[in-house]
Design a protein around this ligand. Structure first.
Ligand code: TAP
Length: 482
């Protein structure tokens, strides 16, 4: 089926003004780093350098932790919940007012399609701040335990796939509960976090309540190791999460870890096929598959497998891949060369192990980092592409005959973050949801997010929840906790 010809519909980038270099945001000011090596952040769709960003050293992290401690003891932990809530509402409203600017900047720095940053990421960012603003003066009624109090200074390290949204998931609950934060965005996507720092100033947030230190793994490690941090919140790979768990073991630091996933999207033979195919597309090709809870394994009932795969391939030939700033683009750029290489390595392993590889054959731009939506069939449970997180636009199709077999296969992974079920039978949905070892189970939909709903993993997908009432628990002490 040929793709419709669409005229280009480019979003204007005139709405953003990207400074050629950026300092660190410490104690309410943008300051020079004390000697780290500045690094460049690129537009992955064009490889154009967008800006040079400072690398925070351990000394800079120390300054940020001290600023956060001072703001915590002098101002933020003493402020009434109602007043903290007012700041969060103010931040949420500024995010809405500057939504277009934030969406364009996110797309330039990350490579995701503008229609996703505009319609998904940024509205959810504002929603997280609105939602947590509402909790700030109601923590005693949230059934968190006796006398909920802030934990103190929180260190937060986030990945590059939803840069500003992951910041919102971390910063909004921390601030609502009366904590102050030191946050490190990912090396490849620091720009919206730095614009958020500007928004904190615009909202007159007391200096030191939010501190943003840019850098790579070593800066993250300096946050993790700093003795002045009371709680760590990390989102990223399971490998780094395990290191963090090791380095906080035996210390007084609390930690929550949101790690990788290998979600199963399970299609029964009574599912409406076209809707299920849309669900598969949304589950794995949304955000180029750079989604921890992506439905990267399709488990399809054997008697409808050929039909589902046929319609899926036909649908994939209609996806538009290319300029992320074009409003018609469905699949944007891979975030970095390193991530592209990892996707290439794992997909090559899929072919070597005997799976059947198919891609849409679409044309790709000549500069930037790109990967065609790819489907593997004839996949078996032991293949690396069925076990390891690819974190790209690649899906592995496996089959099953009975609901029990679907559950066994879905749970046969070290991860446990998400799953999807497609069937018209409500009783089967409830039975399956009960058996699946996944933090989120979607029924007849996929990749739906809401700040009121807790999100998190089982097994190697991490521990702790973000969002909802449950997400507040990590940010408070109760009863006789020290
Ligand atoms: P990581 O390499 O783990 O990076 C995550 C963050 O940790 C980045 O800011 C990274 O810095 C930093 N970091 C790297 N080494 C560190 C260390 N030794 N100590 C402290 N911090 C360190 O993951 P990624 O490649 O950015 O993100 C992809 C992974 O995140 C996937 O596995 C995905 O599933 C997971 N993820 C999970 C979720 C949830 S909610 N479960 C959500 C999104 C992503 P640099 O990037 O600057 O090196």
């Amino acid at each position: 089926m040929p793709t419709f010809e669409y005229a280009p519909a480019p979003e204007s980038r005139a709405v953003v003004d990207i400074a050629s270099s950026h300092g660190l945001f410490i104690g309410g000011e943008f300051v020079e780093a004390t000697g780290g090596k500045p690094f460049k952040t690129l537009n992955p769709a064009t490889e154009e350098v967008l800006s040079e960003v400072s690398e925070a050293t351990a000394d800079d992290v120390d300054a940020a932790v001290r600023a956060a401690r001072s703001a915590y003891t002098r101002v933020w932990s003493r402020m009434s919940g109602a007043d903290r809530g007012k700041y969060l509402y103010r931040i949420a409203r500024i995010i809405q007012e500057r939504a277009r600017e934030l969406a364009v900047l996110e797309t330039l720095d990350n490579g995701k399609p503008i229609k996703e940053s505009r319609d998904v990421d940024i509205p959810l960012v504002a929603a997280h701040f609105f939602y947590h603003a509402g909790w700030a003066d109601k923590l005693s009624y949230a059934a968190l335990g006796d006398n909920p109090r802030p934990v103190g200074v929180v260190g937060q390290v986030i990945p590059w796939n939803f840069p500003l949204l992951m910041l919102a998931w971390k910063v909004a609950p921390a601030l609502a509960c009366g904590n102050t934060v030191v946050l490190k965005p990912a090396e490849t996507t620091p720009l919206t976090a730095l614009l958020f720092a500007e928004i904190c100033r615009q909202a007159d947030l007391p200096p030191g309540v939010v501190n943003i230190v840019t850098g790579a793994g070593a800066t993250g490690q300096a946050i993790v190791d700093h003795p002045g941090i009371d709680k760590l919140a990390f989102t990223g790979s399971t490998g780094v999460g395990k290191m963090i768990a090791r380095s906080t073991a035996g210390t007084r630091k609390k930690a929550t870890l949101e790690l990788g996933g290998k979600g199963a999207n399970i299609i029964f033979d009574d599912a409406p096929v076209d809707q299920a195919v849309e669900g598969i597309v949304n589950g794995i090709f949304f955000n180029q598959g750079h989604v921890c809870c992506a439905g990267s394994r399709i488990l399809v009932q054997e008697n409808v497998a050929d039909e589902v795969v046929r319609r899926l391939k036909r649908r994939l030939t209609t996806l538009r891949i290319g300029d992320p700033m074009d409003k018609n683009t469905d699949v944007g750029a891979i975030n970095s060369r390193a991530q592209l290489q990892r996707i290439e390595e794992l997909t090559a392993a899929g072919s070597q192990e005997g799976a059947e590889r198919w891609d849409s054959g679409c044309e790709l731009p000549s500069t930037g980092y790109w990967f065609r939506p790819t489907v593997f069939t004839d996949v078996s449970q032991s293949h690396r592409i069925a076990q390891e997180e690819i974190f790209g636009p690649v899906v592995s199709v496996l089959t099953f005959r009975t609901p029990g077999e679907a559950v066994a296969k879905a749970n046969n992974t070290p991860y446990g973050l998400s799953a999807g079920i497609w069937t018209e039978k409500g009783s089967r949905i409830l039975w399956m949801a009960d058996q699946l070892r996944a933090g989120v189970v979607w029924a007849n939909t996929f990749n739906k997010f809401d700040p009121t709903s807790p999100f998190g993993g089982y097994k190697e997908s991490g521990y702790g929840r973000e969002g909802g009432r449950h997400g507040l628990e990590a940010y408070v002490k109760t009863g006789s906790d020290q």
